[in-house]
Write a protein that binds this ligand. Structure first.
Ligand SMILES: [Zn+2]
Ligand SMILES: [Zn+2]
Length: 548
């Protein structure tokens, strides 16, 4: 009991001091002097339920990214060479982690923390625009599909494209130039009447449609952006966050650089839709105990076209089920085929004009970042039985919906999932979309276009890090750290006896954070330092320091 309490108290102190609750211990060895020290990397969680200090830092960083891009006055330029360096570095780090993961797995240790780090790295690599997969799986060549032509062009005016990512500038009566931007809120349609976030009549609430809309929401947003650019006549850039509504449908807040007229926007929203050309899932072919069976390929017995080293067969007849590619080919050949689903926005649309540097813009930025540390399906209180039941019904509706071409649920409808492998069971897909905390939406919470700020999240992070190192007089050490190959980083295994207890490590990090903060406050009191590169209200000095 005393142990538990002490841990809780230590965790509370850590949170108050912005110290990561689950630091990843690394041993850093200076290959010149052979001196080694233990350094703790923050876990990097983005959800407050996992690690509040890391989640707050992630949110603050997103706010910085949002602010920098929204009212850019010149085109963001990316140095292609620098980007390549960054990519090379990230891929190298990624390879190291892959090796550590294999070692940990071989020793039978938990790889959760490493998996999380790898997922973050993959996201960072993807954000640099690197195509394909660093593990060597080349990006699949997209099929030339006739279904493409069925994505009818929406009925929208097409303006001449200007080669710019900046909106128009206007000159006010006082001669001052200003650059207006937009803050847009887009919602999904109604699935039935709701009161206080709960369907008035759950029996008629369209849970299936709600589930499918949520699964394909990301694609709908993509289409919206394409249409917006077409009508706007320039390469409009955006920073958006996906958030839950009270009725547990996802919706979107989007900061857009530049503007279109309200009438145009209304037209774009109304004309935007996404057709899902997937095989039909109207007919349940396999369920309960009667599920398709995996048959390993013996080399030549099966059609060489099938992915993997085997295939799923009908358990009664032994007939091989159509592969994902074959199912799509059939769909193509069928002139009568209709899309599995069509997703559109609802009537509720909101657009606010926003001017750079106003308190209004600041408020919107905070709003955009506000919910990022909460999971989509969170926020249902323990007493809120009606909404909990509503959430449970939505999760049930999502259970057998295919969330992607690779979803195990395709077996239920007699189609082999893409890249089928043994052990797939309908209803047990591990895709994010099926989980209660995601409400059917398996995509990213923050959607930022490539030319938003012209910087990756990593570059934004490094800017802050550079500022802190400079202020603390540690910049030189930072340079040495970058010296190629000088420092050897290795994760420390859980059983390593040289590793202090977690409580001990948290307290050490707290002490370090406090020392830095005191030092910073002292420098600031003597007015020896410039303000940080981004005067960020929601980013305390302490958070700046801890971002290192
Ligand atoms: Zn953390
Ligand atoms: Zn799935």
């Amino acid at each position: 009991m005393a142990q538990t309490l002490a841990t809780e108290v230590v965790e509370q102190i850590a949170v108050e001091n912005g110290v990561c609750l689950y630091p990843i211990p690394m041993r850093v060895t200076d290959t010149r002097s052979s001196a080694a020290e233990i350094v703790h990397l923050p876990c990097g969680a983005t959800l407050e339920s996992k690690c509040p200090p890391c989640a707050r830092r992630a949110r603050a960083l997103r706010a910085v990214q949002c602010r920098q891009g929204w009212h850019l006055e010149s085109e963001p330029v990316r140095d292609p060479a620098a980007a390549t360096d960054e990519q090379r570095h990230l891929v190298m780090v990624r390879a190291q982690w892959e090796g550590w993961r294999a070692e940990a797995a071989a020793l039978g240790e938990s790889t959760d923390a490493i998996d999380q780090a790898i997922a973050d790295l993959d996201a960072a690599i993807e954000a640099t625009g690197l195509r394909g997969d660093v593990r060597g799986r080349a990006g699949a060549v997209s099929r030339k599909r006739s279904t493409r032509r069925r994505q009818d062009a929406p009925d929208l005016p097409r303006r001449v494209m200007r080669r710019t990512t900046l909106g128009q500038t206007f000159t006010g009566s006082d001669g001052r130039a200003f650059r207006p931007s937009m803050f847009i809120t887009l919602t999904l349609p109604s699935y039935g009447r709701v009161r206080n976030g709960v369907p008035v009549d759950p029996a008629v609430y369209d849970y299936r449609r709600a589930a499918r809309d949520a699964i394909h929401f990301g694609r709908l947003v993509d289409r919206f952006v394409q249409n917006l650019r077409r009508v706007a006549g320039f390469d409009a850039q955006y920073f958006a966050s996906v958030e839950p509504q009270r009725r547990l449908a996802v919706h979107l807040h989007m900061a857009v650089r530049g503007t279109v007229s309200r009438a145009d926007l209304r037209q774009i929203v109304a004309a935007t839709y996404h057709q899902v050309w997937w095989p039909s899932c109207d007919e349940v072919r396999f369920s309960g105990d009667r599920l398709p069976a995996w048959v390993a390929s013996n080399g030549d017995a099966l059609d060489g076209d099938l992915e993997g080293a085997g295939a799923y067969v009908d358990p009664s007849t032994g007939e091989v089920l159509p592969s994902w590619g074959e199912a799509l080919d059939r769909l193509d050949a069928d002139e009568e085929a209709v899309p599995l689903h069509v997703v559109r926005f609802g009537d509720q649309m909101d657009m606010q004009g926003v001017l750079a540097g106003t308190s209004d813009a600041d408020q919107r930025i905070r709003y955009l970042a506000k919910y990022l540390t909460k999971s989509l399906g969170g926020g249902i209180g323990p007493e809120d039985h009606d909404r909990a039941a509503h959430a449970a019904r939505l999760v049930e509706a999502l259970r057998y919906e295919p969330c992607s071409p690779r979803c195990a649920n395709w077996l239920r409808y007699g189609v082999q999932p893409k890249d089928a492998k043994p052990g797939m069971v309908p209803g047990r897909c591990r895709g994010k979309a099926h989980k209660p905390e995601h409400l059917g939406y398996g995509g990213r919470r923050v959607l930022a276009s490539r030319k938003w700020s012209g910087k990756s999240l990593r570059e934004h992070r490094h800017e802050r890090r550079a500022w802190v190192l400079e202020v603390l007089g540690l910049a030189e050490r930072g340079d040495a750290e970058r010296e190629a190959g000088r420092y050897l980083w290795r994760p420390i295994r859980a059983g390593d006896t040289s590793l202090p207890t977690r409580r001990g490590r948290l307290l050490r990090e707290v002490a370090r954070a406090q020392a830095w903060r005191a030092h910073l406050a002292d420098l600031q009191a003597r007015a020896k330092i410039d303000p940080p590169p981004e005067a960020e209200e929601c980013l305390s000095k302490q958070e700046m320091v801890m971002s290192c």
